[in-house]
Write a protein of this length. Structure first.
Length: 134
């Protein structure tokens, strides 16, 4: 999910009731969606052959909004997703995800080869967020 999508998400969540327990920044479903979006955005920024799939990103944002609504997170909690501390946590999680896939996040060749493999296999959540650049 791009930063723009997070802003749209925050605006859409303004009318939500307060959440009873737990932190949105510690919610594993929220982290997974935001982290995968971050990985897709990193790939698109580093690999000219690939782009973020806007249709899939929109579907991911809707899925995330549904989860946030179900959990009852407040608009102020949603805004926490834009904090520098949370974005740093997401960045670390994205690098850890790539590392677990055998990819050095600082190696553009490895990152682009990973993207190619993901799109070819087309079975992961990440592969759905990517597309070949036109």
């Amino acid at each position: 999910m791009t930063v723009r999508a997070l802003h749209i998400l925050a605006a859409a969540m303004l009318a939500l009731p307060a959440h009873a327990a737990g932190s949105i920044t510690e919610d594993p479903v929220v982290m997974n969606e935001v982290m995968l979006s971050t990985v897709a955005t990193k790939i698109a920024a580093e690999c000219p052959k690939y782009a973020v799939n806007p249709t899939a990103t929109g579907a991911s944002a809707q899925k995330l909004m549904g989860h946030i609504s179900e959990q009852g997170y407040s608009s102020s909690e949603v805004q926490d997703l834009q904090s520098p501390a949370y974005m740093q946590t997401v960045s670390v999680a994205a690098d850890e995800y790539l590392s677990a896939q055998g990819v050095d996040a600082t190696n553009n060749r490895a990152l682009c080869a990973f993207a190619k493999r993901e799109l070819r296999e087309g079975t992961s959540e990440l592969s759905m967020l990517l597309m070949k650049n036109r």
